[in-house]
Ligand binder design. Structure first.
Ligand code: GCW
Length: 681
């Protein structure tokens, strides 16, 4: 920050000028787009970041002070730089010295997408003030499918959206000409996203029509915008479309007329969008239609769509969020956490190879803390991808700060042991553990038409961080935050403002966990909204979401010995760690065990004292952030400073309410006072 920013920017621009005077491009003009986009982005980026327009020259004239952008096979210079290591969508950036006057920077893409990602990397280097003198960077994406799911509805609303209205739809229309969509494509491509499903997995009546002539022409225009940025478009579909659109009496996947209907439907879609990615399907889940109605299973259901998509190279992303949402809370034998594994594991080997099962990171539903889903990696012969949630449904709804990259990293680094030691989720998603034909990672996005995209300015770190992390899961949460900080606020962690923002981000997930549901138990939220506290809101309900707190203890017994047997869904090395009270990590204790309030944690505290301490600490943490943030007035631009202050204040109100309700509730239940005698109501 500070008043020297202008001077600093001028100096940086001066330093870079000699390197970036000209741009040359080499690569077959496929008309497909990303290479052209790469050049355009470089021109725009240089102008925006450094204040000049580079000239575009022919490859032969490049000489010094030039950036050469190209794709594999287009020139000997590019191929030499690419050498052997760069794969599809990867790139290499090298400074080539020894040229006549000045050296040249070469951005060589394994393909067009690679060239585009390479250019965005170069722009990132400029924005973060890197030295260009001896660049030698090679990057390949960790996984093949790097996706985003939107839960946008055609009336413009967004299910679980906290940043305004949809950028794609409004009042039943597709916003095909929106400039916002181009900006969004740029944002997503800049972190390597290559696939986007634009509509909600809950496909309602109007959205069912997206795959009809009424809307396909406009959807195709959105696909054009994304294509230029190397992003493939997908749609969520309604499983009973053959009935709703085709007038058939059934949507039975084994019925020949249904199969024929889908084949012809896919032909229509590909007529409009030749590189359509495929369909996302929420079937037999939370009252959505699916194959169960016809006595068929998920493999029958998915394969029928897969067969229709196969001739076009399309994919079926079949969600595994399948559980009984009409459970009787009196029934202690049913455990929602078990559902995905119980439904899908027996089907391993039955899915066609253009079906990918899309599995939420945890067995329940994007809680602030959950174990990793035991289904991940458990199916050797079935393609899988992991689903995260960027939109902060259960983690503060972009009113409260919650930097989720550390949570996602924990999931990606988790060793499932499904194929011996080292069978981490990131390697499964990369297709390195089982030889999946397709695999990867997707996430429910957090954006809307708010001017800052994500509602809370700091929530943008999650959107950026998601893309960076799934491109390279070896990046640390700190590195990602630091890049984001520099590019968003123009400061490093050493700057006073940068230091505060960094600290808030890094403390935020634990802070949110501290003042909300303790020790992995989850779900003490206001039903339906999922923001704010309601300890028993989901307790006597049909959703399978219980904490079982009584006067003696709390938690869900999911052990094999005395509980629901959920721990047996993990490989024994993993399951045993959770099964035994002694080895179960504190932060997941109540997810796996029902214990008395006096049970002593590994931390040395009793469960009840842990509840009190963390809830007081969580609020204090937010109070501290507010104090620190106030100090930055004048150091961060006024608009962002004010907006973040306002949201921190909302977070404080929320945290206090959680603290007081939770502490009071458990004090009344247990009758055990706080050791430190603090105020409990
Ligand atoms: O978490 C639940 C959400 C629903 C969502 C569902 C899902 C789109 O509360 O809003 O529906 O998950 O993932 O399908």
């Amino acid at each position: 920050g500070g008043g020297d920013a202008g001077t600093a920017a001028r100096l940086t621009a001066e330093r870079y000028r000699s390197w970036l005077k000209r741009i040359a491009v080499t690569g077959a003009a496929t008309g497909y787009g990303p290479l052209e986009t790469a050049v355009q982005e470089l021109v725009n980026g240089l102008e925006a970041l450094l204040g000049w327009q580079p000239s575009i020259v022919a490859e032969t004239e490049q000489a010094g002070g030039c950036v050469l952008v190209g794709t594999a096979g287009s020139s000997s210079v590019i191929d030499e730089v690419l050498a052997d290591g760069v794969r599809a969508e990867g790139y290499r950036i090298r400074t080539r010295s020894g040229d006549k006057d000045q050296p040249c920077i070469i951005v060589a893409g394994g393909d067009e997408r690679g060239a585009l990602y390479g250019v965005f990397h170069l722009l990132r280097l400029l924005r973060t003030g890197a030295d260009l003198a001896s660049l030698n960077i090679m990057e390949n994406p960790a996984c093949r499918l790097r996706m985003i799911n939107h839960w946008d509805n055609m009336d413009g609303s967004i299910e679980r959206g906290y940043a305004g209205r949809s950028i794609f739809f409004r009042d039943g229309e597709v916003l095909a000409d929106s400039k916002r969509i181009t900006d969004y494509a740029r944002l997503m491509a800049s972190v390597g996203i290559n696939g986007i499903a634009i509509n909600n997995v809950n496909v309602h009546e109007l959205e069912t029509l997206l795959i009809t002539e009424r809307y396909l022409p406009q959807v195709a225009r959105i696909a054009d915008v994304f294509r230029a940025y190397g992003i493939t478009l997908y749609l969520s579909i309604n499983y009973s479309s053959p009935m709703q659109l085709g007038g058939l009496p059934t949507a039975d996947p084994l019925d020949e007329s249904v199969r024929a209907w889908w084949r012809s439907k896919m032909t229509d879609i590909y007529h409009h969008i030749p590189d359509f990615g495929g369909v996302v399907v929420k079937a037999d889940s939370e009252n959505r239609p699916g194959p169960f109605t016809y006595g068929r299973d998920h493999a029958d259901g998915a394969n029928m769509l897969a067969e229709a998509l196969e001739p076009f190279g399309g994919l079926v992303l079949w969600r595994c969020f399948v559980y009984n949402c009409h459970q009787d809370w009196r029934d202690r034998s049913t455990d929602r956490a078990r559902a995905a594994y119980d439904h899908f594991k027996p089907l391993d080997g039955r899915f066609k190879d253009n079906v990918i099962l899309q599995i939420k990171n945890g067995p329940m539903d994007f809680q602030v803390r959950e174990p990793v889903s035991p289904l991940i990696g458990a199916m050797e012969r079935t393609n899988q991808m992991v689903e995260f949630q960027i939109t902060q449904e259960y983690t503060g709804q972009q009113r409260d700060v919650c930097y989720l990259v550390p949570q996602w990293k924990g999931v990606l680094d988790f060793d499932t042991r499904c194929s011996g030691e080292g069978s981490t989720v990131k390697r499964i998603a990369a297709g390195e553990v089982h030889p999946y034909r397709y695999s990867g990672i997707t996430a429910v996005t957090s954006i809307g038409d708010d001017s800052n995209w994500t509602g809370h300015h700091l929530a943008a770190a999650n959107l950026y961080g998601y893309g960076r992390l799934i491109w390279n899961p070896e990046l640390s949460a700190e590195e990602i935050a630091s890049e984001w900080l520099m590019m968003t606020f123009g400061v490093s962690e050493e700057d006073p403002a940068g230091a505060v923002i960094t600290r808030i981000l890094h403390e935020s997930w634990h802070t949110y966990e501290h003042y909300t549901a303790p020790l992995g138990v989850g779900w003490m939220v206001t039903p339906h909204y999922h923001y704010g506290v309601d300890v028993d809101g989901y307790e006597y309900s049909k959703w399978g979401t219980y904490h079982f707190a009584d006067r003696d203890g709390i938690g869900v017994d999911r052990t094999q010995a005395t509980g629901t047997g959920y721990t047996a869904q993990y490989r024994p090395e993993v399951g045993q760690r959770y099964e035994q009270l002694e080895s179960c990590p504190d932060e997941l204790l109540l997810f796996f065990h029902h214990v008395p309030y006096t049970h002593v944690l590994k931390s040395g505290k009793t469960v009840i004292q842990h509840i009190y301490d963390t809830h007081f600490a969580g609020v204090e943490q937010v109070e501290k952030w507010i104090g620190d943030w106030r100090q930055l007035e004048g150091q961060v631009d006024a608009e962002r400073h004010a907006q973040i202050s306002e949201r921190l204040q909302m977070q404080l109100d929320n945290a206090r309410q959680w603290r007081d309700v939770i502490n009071t509730y458990f004090y009344r239940k247990s009758g055990i006072p706080d050791e430190h005698g603090r105020l409990i109501y």
